[in-house]
Design a protein around this ligand. Sequence first.
Ligand code: PMP
Length: 427
Amino acid sequence: MSTVTENAALLPASLREDFPILTNNVLGGQPLVFLDNAASTQRPRQVIDALSQVYERDYANVHRGIHTLSERSTEQFELAREKVRAFINAEHAHEVIFTQGTTASINLVARSWGETNLKAGDEVLTTVMEHHSNLVPWQQVCQRTGAVLRHVPLTEDGRLDMAAFDLLLSEKTKLVAVVSVSNTLGTVNPIDEIVKKSHDAGALVLVDAAQSVPHTTTDVRHWDADFMAFSGHKMLGPSGVGILYGKEALLDEMPPFLGGGSMINEVRLDGFTPAALPAKFEAGTPPITPAIGMSAAIDYLNRVGLEAIHQHEQILVEQAHAALSQIDGLQILGPAPEHRAGLVSFAFDRIHAHEFAQVLNDRYGVAVRAGHHCTQPLHKLLGIAASTRASFYLYNRPEDVDRLVEGIAEVQQMFAPKGRKRRRKPQ
Ligand code: PMP
């Protein structure tokens, strides 16, 4: 049988030495196996050092002071913007807006673009696999404007039902808001096709790229996406910083979302004129040090290579998928490895996800996520209350997958009634 990883190679295990937290922790008598990367990743020494250096040598507020430290901070902050631009291949650095994270970026578009452009009868098309942060802001803006929110359903195997997408997309659709990689199913969505079809129908596209930008090469101009959102903390960077990419022409037209310092050109007692991009959308003191840390994370990722990271994770997810498929009573959520990124969620009919996660942590040192992963509607649709998720990154190894599988087998034995074996077809 051919696999997606035939010519792929694992990354050298030595890069784990760059991550102090991986060696500093022993859980349940075992070295930490960190498989909760879809929630947030760890930081290499290079990022930690970049943060320390700013605080120890260069820190001041940006864009304001005429003094040396402010100049240094400003220079590094703007260099970070340029790093992000190149990383996603945006055309202009001022199309890169620093926000607090993916959630803040999507809310910015919903409030600024949505409230200006949506009216009763218009439609926003999203999908049933969205994270709450690409669902709730659209529910809110639809409530305010009278626009209607529609959802693309799934195929049997947990991919987007593109036939249904074609039927739901119409001249009423003003925006398609879609996740590039599902944080629960692992499904990789066909963003190229979605953007092309949406543009042909006259709709804009926002891509929630929180789970893809950290793991594979991103070319936002190739996608031709109108907006894209992602977070620093999911790509070896600090929390508290994220990105909204928007096409210049759209961002130029949009009103500022938050008001305050930095986002103005001039303020009078009776009004203000907004600043040009990107300052127009960066009211107040921005996430200065987190942005500089994100820039160091991008340097690190570029050095390792996004294609190499992607291949590494594909090997791990294929290994995990094959091993988990052999376990009686375990239901893997989402599609076959060739349609998924580096994560796998699963559920048991008899054991709650929290019990799984607890035993894996306490006895095997394996950190996984248990719950609904901010995709409650998706879990409801799948008929499960919660699932357990293992998500991989560049520092995970095949031995980590082995430990996960060993742990699962033990949990299952602990909870299984004697003498009964059930097998369920993975979905
Ligand atoms: N979208 C997806 C697909 C995610 O996985 C996450 C984080 N779990 C978010 C959005 C929200 O990201 P943040 O919490 O950094 O705003």
